[in-house]
Design a protein around this ligand. Structure first.
Ligand code: ANZ
Ligand code: ZN
Length: 804
């Protein structure tokens, strides 16, 4: 027997080899393939086996493209601004740049253990001034186009992180980072007008080869709906209240109105009797977050004392305030149709308001309504001249009718809000704006970018809604770039998403001092062909990146408007019983020991073997034994046969082509776990055939080694060399499958009925008994009389059907 498989020696040897002479991914190749990982936040706790999975998937896919002859772009970098580094700084007094640097060093060491073909020359770090210069530059371009603007309004506020949050960062009413209940605070904010792109962000989803689930999440997040704005005059006053409704067909059923407590008219609608209650209600609601308000178990509200007039029938409807109506959706005011809307029904029941049914199934009114009739199909009743119309038809026509009658107009609404883009924290990109008393907001001139983060004494946010930067007088006080007058710098910083919204563009030209990315390189290497990462980024990062890309396309910086052609979401690796791996639960499995004991190649295979890559999987260390045993057996197979110099039999050639076909098919289906089990099956088949034929030809061995190499690159290179391959196995040709060669041989079989030959059929040589009998019956089905009592197959010779 040849030498034993020694993973440590082999892996060490090939690491050193690749370090010295990196695998060339470019030599003269024409077609590019950009395969991108979602870049990590360099946290202090390092990588666990769950992080490995995504990186192994992307590396396997990249190496496959390389073997298919493409020029592969496969970069890695660091999303390094953000709260954890800053919170650590507050606690330990270490500058976030210092701890970030140490974390990057550690994670980079761990990532290198995976042996992925990252091009480290492309590496980016969002906290590097040479990088964030361009993050700031993009902001300035948006400012110039009116897409970055200032606004004072109640924002989501995390009292623990002491910072404002985007809607996307609030999960079930709590801060996404620390879990504290989010409240409201009135603050001057920088906003990005992502809503200007709502329609394109929605429509262009069609162009993308993304999981339907993610597309649906983005569609829902953008939330387009059609409806009408209807004006209700206020009884006895000049002003009108405009409501937004998707159901103008129910206008006759509007028995009261509800305004958001923040509505501009809310306070003024109060009368002497109601003023105190109204003001208290407005104050109380200001303390609650949107999500909290939407999910509240019990509806609350207060009557203003004023009435509005239904423009259709002149009915006087009481005006209430309630915080189930959101200030920043539609017009912040609604007409309430309790008979046909659940929330309105609940509110009407609680406060004893009238309920009038206007849509009826089969035209019959419900006697005792116990819940809203929310179906849109039925016949109109109690609706004046609309009576008898079909509600589905009316729903479509009502907006036009309202427009014609002159008390409203049709509208389209989006749930998508503009993006709250300022944070009152230290560890982020300074917003490059100067506030001049004469000129207003003036962007920092582009030749003065990057505007670097200054040193501070305390990283603690002030808690007054100002960032720690506000405490540095020398930095804050400056002069206006336009008029030279004394002026002040903006002290807010950008959210963590700023750098990750465009980093993928920078990789392909990461050293460029003049431009964000040269047009030449952008045209040649972008956009991303395959993006691999967790599904948790379905709306946040992936929506922001699409927005940035569209903007940069609009200003001519790049020539495409979707960043990621294809998206793959890998499932999570969990601890036992599906529990998320975390330090606090003590169930984190570190890759380090597994690499030491079994080798990198075994761990790579096992990461894929645990289950379909798109599904979550429970980790069990013991499973790695199985793949490690396979690598050993494969090693022995190649080493035992490499020098035998046998000629491939017909059967061997067939097996080789079947192997190529099966592996490639599964690979292209992204069914990576079944690729690994395929390797195991074919390894066994080869062992068996080799025993029968006295050996395996070199081409078959080489073919298998190439197929395996993307998954287990060290053993791939070593066996390739052992088989006499010069150069790297990754410069070999991906094997082609010849479907003709794969076909099974045909043999002739006689079909008999009660021992008499009635037909001769030709079937594949390795047909099963069932297949042979089925084919035989089919061939003689017209000659069969009576009941079949028995069927016999003499392999390769006869099918005999016994009838009575
Ligand atoms: C009358 C009506 C009758 C409604 C009915 C619904 C059913 P989407 O589809 O999500 O856009 N609405 C409007 N503005 C609101 C706000 N700021 N806060 C809370 N609710 C608001 O929902 C639109 C519907 O939600 C609107 O249509 C309005 O209630 C309510 F049988 O008007 B509807
Ligand atoms: Zn000025």
């Amino acid at each position: 027997m040849a030498t034993q498989y020694n993973h440590s020696a082999i892996e060490k040897k090939w690491r050193e080899n690749w370090e010295e002479k990196p695998i060339n991914v470019n030599d003269g190749r024409k077609e590019k393939y950009y395969c991108l990982d979602m870049f990590p936040y360099p946290s202090g706790s390092g990588l666990h086996v769950g992080h490995w999975r995504g990186y192994v998937i992307s590396d396997v896919w990249s190496r496959y493209q390389l073997l298919k002859g493409k020029y592969v772009i496969h970069p890695m970098g660091w999303d390094a601004f953000g709260l954890p580094a800053e919170n650590y700084a507050i606690k330990m007094g270490v500058h976030p740049a210092k701890s970030t640097e140490a974390n990057i060093r550690n994670i980079k060491r761990q990532i290198k253990q995976i042996a992925a073909i990252y091009d480290w020359d492309m590496e980016v770090n969002t906290t590097d001034p040479d990088f964030y210069k361009w993050t700031q530059w993009i902001f300035v371009q948006m400012f110039k186009k009116g897409l970055a603007y200032e606004k004072e309004f109640p924002i989501n506020w995390c009292p623990s992180c002491k910072t404002g949050l985007a809607n996307e960062e609030v999960v079930n009413g709590c801060c996404e980072r620390c879990g504290t209940t989010v409240t409201k605070k009135n603050l001057r904010q920088w906003m990005l007008k992502i809503t200007a792109y709502a329609e394109r962000l929605l429509n262009d989803l069609d162009k993308l080869d993304w999981p339907e689930k993610v597309k649906k999440m983005q569609t829902d997040w953008i939330g387009k709906s059609y409806g009408a704005e209807v004006d209700f005059p206020i009884d006895g006053r000049e002003e009108k209240i405009t409501v937004y409704t998707t159901r103008p067909d129910t206008l006759y059923g509007a028995t009261f109105m509800v305004l958001a407590p923040e509505h501009a008219l809310a306070k003024s609608l109060a009368t002497d009797e109601t003023r105190e209650a109204v003001e208290k209600y407005i104050f109380d609601s200001s303390m609650r977050s949107n999500v909290d308000r939407m999910q509240a178990k019990e509806k609350t509200g207060v009557f203003t004392g004023s009435y509005a007039v239904n423009p259709l029938n002149g009915a006087k409807t009481p005006i209430w305030l309630s915080d189930y109506v959101l200030a920043d959706y539609g017009t912040g005011a609604i007409m309430c149709v309790p008979a046909h809307d659940d929330r309105d029904f609940e509110f009407a029941r609680k406060f004893g308001l009238p309920i009038v049914q206007v849509i009826a199934k089969d035209g019959k009114e419900i006697e005792n309504m116990t819940e809203a009739y929310t179906e849109a199909n039925g016949i109109m009743i109690n609706s004046g001249d609309w009576n008898g119309l079909e509600s589905a038809v009316l729903k479509k026509e009502a907006p036009h009718m309202i427009e014609e009658k002159g008390f409203g107009h049709k509208t389209v609404n989006y749930k998508l809000r503009d993006w709250v883009f300022s944070r009152q924290r230290y560890w982020g990109e300074p917003i490059p704006i100067i506030h001049c008393p004469k000129c207003g907001c003036v962007p920092v001139p582009e030749d003065q970018l990057p505007l670097k983060l200054p040193e501070v004494e305390s990283y603690q946010p002030t808690g007054t809604g100002e960032s720690p930067l506000a405490a540095i007088d020398e930095w804050v006080n400056t002069t206006c770039p336009v008029c030279g007058a004394p002026a002040k710098r903006e002290t807010n910083t950008m959210p963590q998403w700023a750098g990750s919204s465009w980093y993928f563009l920078r990789y392909v030209d990461s050293h460029n001092k003049e431009e964000l990315v040269s047009r030449e390189k952008a045209d040649k290497y972008l956009p991303v062909d395959m993006y691999i990462g967790g599904v948790e980024h379905a709306v946040l990062h992936l929506l922001y990146s699409r927005f940035y890309t569209k903007f940069l396309c609009d200003i001519g910086a790049i020539d495409f408007d979707e960043p990621f052609k294809k998206l793959f979401n890998q499932g999570m690796i969990t601890g036992k019983n599906g529990i998320k791996m975390s330090k606090s639960k003590g169930n984190v499995v570190s890759p380090d020991d597994l690499v030491r004991d079994y080798g990198c190649d075994s761990l790579r295979l096992y990461e894929l073997f645990v289950g379909p890559p798109e599904l979550d999987a429970e980790w069990d260390d013991r499973g790695i034994e199985g793949v490690s045993r396979f690598l050993n057996r494969f090693w022995n197979l190649v080493m035992d046969n490499k020098d035998k110099d046998v000629k491939a039999s017909k059967e061997m050639i067939k097996l080789r082509h079947k192997l190529v076909y099966d592996i490639e098919y599964r690979f292209n289906q992204f069914s990576l776990n079944t690729v690994i089990s395929g390797f195991m099956e074919y390894n066994n088949k080869l062992i068996e055939l080799a025993r029968k034929e006295g050996g395996i030809d070199r081409e078959t061995l080489k073919t298998f080694v190439i197929l395996l190499a993307p998954f287990a690159p060290h053993i791939g290179e070593e066996l390739w060399q052992q088989l006499g391959g010069d150069d790297s196995v990754f410069h070999a040709q991906w094997p082609e499958c010849d479907e003709e060669a794969m076909k099974d041989d045909e043999i002739e079989v006689a079909v008999q009925i009660n021992g008499k030959t009635r037909a001769v059929i030709s079937i594949s040589a390795d047909s099963s008994k069932e297949d042979a009998i089925a084919a035989g019956r089919e061939a003689v089905k017209e000659k069969l009389t009576g009941n079949v009592v028995k069927e016999i197959y003499v392999p390769g010779k006869i099918v005999n059907i016994v009838c009575k």
